[in-house]
Design a protein around this ligand. Structure first.
Ligand SMILES: [Zn+2]
Length: 219
C-alpha cells in the first residue's frame, strides 16, 4: 500500500520529465561570420542553445577569429559556399569551386571540416550532389523552413519576431541571417517565446535523424 502510494507519487512527478517536447527546432544562422557574430554567440550562450552556422568562405577568410569563436563555443559550422553566388548561374567548374572553396576555407581556418553544405539562396540542382559528396559533405535538406523573411529589404523587428514565433513548428529549420540587426535584436525574445511554447533546440544533424525517425516522418 505504502509502496504503491510512493510509486504513484513518483510517477506523478516523473511524468513531465519524460513527456515529449512540443516541438524540435534547429536554428540556422546564415551568411557569417559578420559584425554580429559575437553578439549572436553571447545570446546563444545565455540561452543555452546550440545553432548551426552556415558560413561563407570569403567571410571566414576575412574574419578568421570569429569563425574560430563559433567552433570554440561548440556550434556546428556548415559550408555555405565560398562567395555566395547563385548556384544556378554557375557553370559546373565554377559551382564545384564555390562548393569546395567554402569547405576549404572553414577547414583551413578552424581546423574542422564541415560535414554539410547549405546552398546559397536555397538553390538546389542535380549537379550538386556528386560535387558535395566528392568534397566530403552532404547536401542539407532545405525543407520545413518557416517564412521569417528576415532577408527582405523592409522587414521590421516586430515582423521578424512574429514570423519566427508563429510559423515555427515541430521539425522546423529556423533560418536567420546574422547581418540583419533586427534579427539579432529579437533573437533572445524569439528563443524564450519558443521555449515557452515547448520548443527544444537541436542541431541540423540531430534534426535529420529526428526527421528520419517514425515520429518525425509522421509530421
Ligand atoms: Zn546565405
Amino acid at each position: 500500500m505504502k509502496t504503491g502510494l510512493l510509486m504513484s507519487l513518483a510517477a506523478m512527478f516523473a511524468a513531465p520529465l519524460f513527456s515529449e517536447p512540443a516541438m524540435h527546432v534547429a536554428i540556422m544562422i546564415d551568411d557569417g561570420p559578420s559584425d554580429n557574430t559575437l553578439k549572436v554567440l553571447d545570446i546563444l550562450k545565455a540561452e543555452g542553445v546550440k545553432a548551426d552556422f552556415d558560413l561563407i568562405g570569403d567571410n571566414v577568410y576575412s574574419r578568421p577569429e570569429l569563425a574560430k569563436a563559433i567552433v570554440k563555443d561548440g556550434h556546428p559550422i556548415l559550408d555555405h559556399s565560398l562567395s555566395h553566388k547563385h548556384p544556378s548561374k554557375l557553370d559546373a567548374a565554377a559551382l564545384e569551386n564555390d562548393i569546395a572553396g567554402g569547405s576549404d576555407a572553414i577547414e583551413e581556418v578552424t581546423g574542422v571540416a564541415p560535414r554539410f553544405y547549405w546552398p546559397p539562396f536555397l538553390e538546389v540542382d542535380n549537379r550538386m550532389g556528386a560535387m558535395i559528396e566528392k568534397h566530403g559533405m552532404k547536401l542539407c535538406q532545405t525543407s520545413n523552413i518557416p517564412q521569417v523573411n528576415d532577408f527582405a529589404a523592409n522587414v521590421t523587428a516586430q515582423q521578424i519576431y512574429d514570423n519566427a514565433v508563429n510559423n515555427t513548428k515541430d521539425g522546423s529549420l529556423l533560418l536567420f541571417h546574422e547581418w540583419r540587426n533586427e534579427t539579432v535584436q529579437e533573437l533572445p525574445a524569439i528563443i524564450r517565446e519558443l521555449k515557452r511554447r515547448g520548443a527544444v533546440f537541436i542541431t541540423y544533424e540531430e534534426m535529420e535523424k529526428y526527421r528520419a525517425s517514425a515520429k518525425g516522418e509522421a509530421k
